[in-house]
Design a protein around this ligand. Structure first.
Ligand code: KIV
Ligand code: ZN
Length: 510
């Protein structure tokens, strides 16, 4: 009998802790729906006490998702737990995930608590969380550097207090696979009431070992893995969901368990998360990189043509590459457009949103002969978040000529007022950015500017990612257009609009 391996996705919580990866409520709901379609078991939707925005995002995800369990993070503090309990009220199935640090360095330097106080707080937090839901997860933060005997005491106490999932985090990505696997085995064998809880792991990727450590834990009895799409997360990130899921699925000869994940949704979810956060996926990234299934060398190509298994251990279609890549064009009607969006798992909230998206689609189809699924995904990202759009691009003209200095003429709307300016620059994009900055006066620093083609061909849309920094706060913006100067302006304005959103939010681990 194969056990079930629970997939707990924390893209919306730990993933969002990557500097520049912050997401709006609407974006979080879109990602959560994609995770639900993928049949993720538990979605950690956020840290409700962090800010009003975080609270509302968890509430919105809890209301929108029906098939996955929705989880909210809370420190071992009454106020955090109450806030999480409140935000999760609309959920069909909810979980509160509470945590407190257990490593000597965290207890002494961060919490300034004695070990006995940490146990007391952990037990109290779990009992309080149980007043809101019977599904409570407890994490001893920095477990990977905690004293194993102390961990046993804490975990035994929280199981007695009502925790049904014990999550063992390698918070700083310090462990090695054999060591981390041994830790899980020891905890399961030593804690007297260990059989009353599911062991989970949450590994960070500081040494590039997050997936390896998670898999070693699974071999040693963990039955939940916490992970994120594309491995997004604090610092070097978390274990990548797609890698964990495909390793377990591909090596059923080794793993005594399997997930319930619909793997054909993986590539779509990866694109969605990368498009929303602006964190590009490296071409050679396992499973979801564009080269993951490409064969360059002649010997490999020859082998694959004769028999796929010579060089491929997975099928590209099984993770969602190339499946139903359909083309729409300027003669495609509203119905075809709506149907394709539904097939891609894109749900628009209202007829008004559908109309706006359809208008943009027609504009794009006029410029571009064939509109691919990737174009539709970019177009929807451009259409949706109008609620948070205080600055809008009204018009843009750029003169660029050999031997002459480029000049940009830009009109922006700030709420209802229009402003116009002309500026020169060292190139067309530089001129546009100078013009926009002189009107907005954001005083932000441009940390990253990158252009990628969404599909192939010279009529492809260019997708621009920018990252802005101001006073330690980092936001990213995206824009797509067949004209890369316009895409650049859209990306910059998108990031500026995010910079205007309220910033105050607490970080759970600080
Ligand atoms: O890395 C970590 O320890 C965490 C906990 C909150 C589980 O993210
Ligand atoms: Zn973490």
């Amino acid at each position: 009998m194969t056990d079930k391996l629970i997939i707990f996705d924390t893209t919306l919580r730990d993933g969002e802790q990557s500097p520049g990866a912050s997401m709006t409520k609407e974006e979080k709901v879109r990602i959560a729906k994609a995770l639900e379609r993928m049949r993720v078991d538990v979605i950690e939707a956020g840290f409700p006490i962090a800010s009003i925005g975080d609270f509302e995002a968890v509430q919105a995800v809890a209301a929108a998702v029906k098939d996955s369990r929705i989880c909210g993070l809370a420190r071992a503090l009454d106020a955090d737990i109450d806030r999480a309990g409140e935000a999760l009220k609309p959920a069909n199935a909810s979980r509160i995930h509470t945590f407190i640090a257990t490593s000597p360095i965290h207890m002494k330097m961060k919490l300034r608590m004695e070990p006995e106080q940490v146990i007391e707080n952990a037990v109290k937090a779990v009992k309080r969380a149980r007043q809101y839901t019977d599904d409570v997860e407890f994490s001893p933060e920095d477990a990977g550097r905690s004293d194993p005997q102390f961990l046993c005491r804490v975990l035994e106490a929280v199981i007695d207090a009502g925790a049904s999932t014990l999550n063992i985090p390698d918070t700083v990505g310090y462990n090695l696979p054999h060591q981390f696997g041994d830790l899980i085995k020891m905890l399961r064998n030593t804690i007297p009431n260990a059989d009353k809880a599911i062991f989970s792991v949450h590994c960070h990727n500081d040494l590039g070992l997050a997936v390896a450590n998670s898999l070693s834990a699974v071999i040693n009895g963990a039955r939940q893995v916490e992970c994120t799409i594309n491995g997004l997360g604090e610092r070097a990130g978390n274990a990548a969901l797609e890698e964990v899921v495909m390793a377990v699925r591909t090596r059923q000869d080794v793993f005594p368990c399997d997930t319930n994940i619909d793997t054909t949704q993986i590539v779509t979810a990866s694109r969605l998360v990368s498009g929303i956060t602006g964190f590009a996926v490296q071409p050679n990234k396992a499973i979801v990189g564009v080269n993951a299934f490409a064969h360059e060398s002649g010997i490999h190509q020859d082998g694959v043509l004769k028999s796929r298994e010579t060089y491929e251990i997975m099928r590209a279609e099984d993770v969602g590459w190339h499946t139903n890549r359909m083309v729409l064009g300027k003669h495609s009607g509203r119905n075809a457009f709506r149907t394709r969006l539904q097939e891609l798992g894109i749900e628009l909230e209202s007829e008004a949103e559908l109309n706006a998206a359809f208008t943009r689609f027609k504009e794009l189809a006029d410029k571009k002969h064939e509109v691919f699924d990737e174009d539709l995904q970019a177009l929807i990202s451009d259409t949706i978040d109008v609620e948070n759009e205080r600055i809008r691009l009204v018009s843009l003209k750029v003169c660029s000529e050999t031997g002459e200095t480029p000049v940009a003429s830009v009109t922006l709307a700030f709420d209802d007022d229009e402003v116009h300016i002309e500026m020169s620059g060292s190139g067309p994009v530089d001129a546009v950015y100078k013009a926009i900055e002189s009107m907005v006066q954001s005083h932000t620093e441009l940390q990253l500017y990158s252009v990628n083609n969404i599909t192939s061909g010279t009529d492809a849309q260019g997708e621009v990612n920018v990252r802005l920094e101001k006073g330690g706060r980092i936001v990213s913006g995206q824009g797509a257009d067949t004209d890369i100067v316009i895409a650049s302006a859209k990306a910059y304005i998108n990031a500026l609009n995010k910079m205007l959103l309220p910033a105050e939010r607490a970080h759970p681990q600080v």
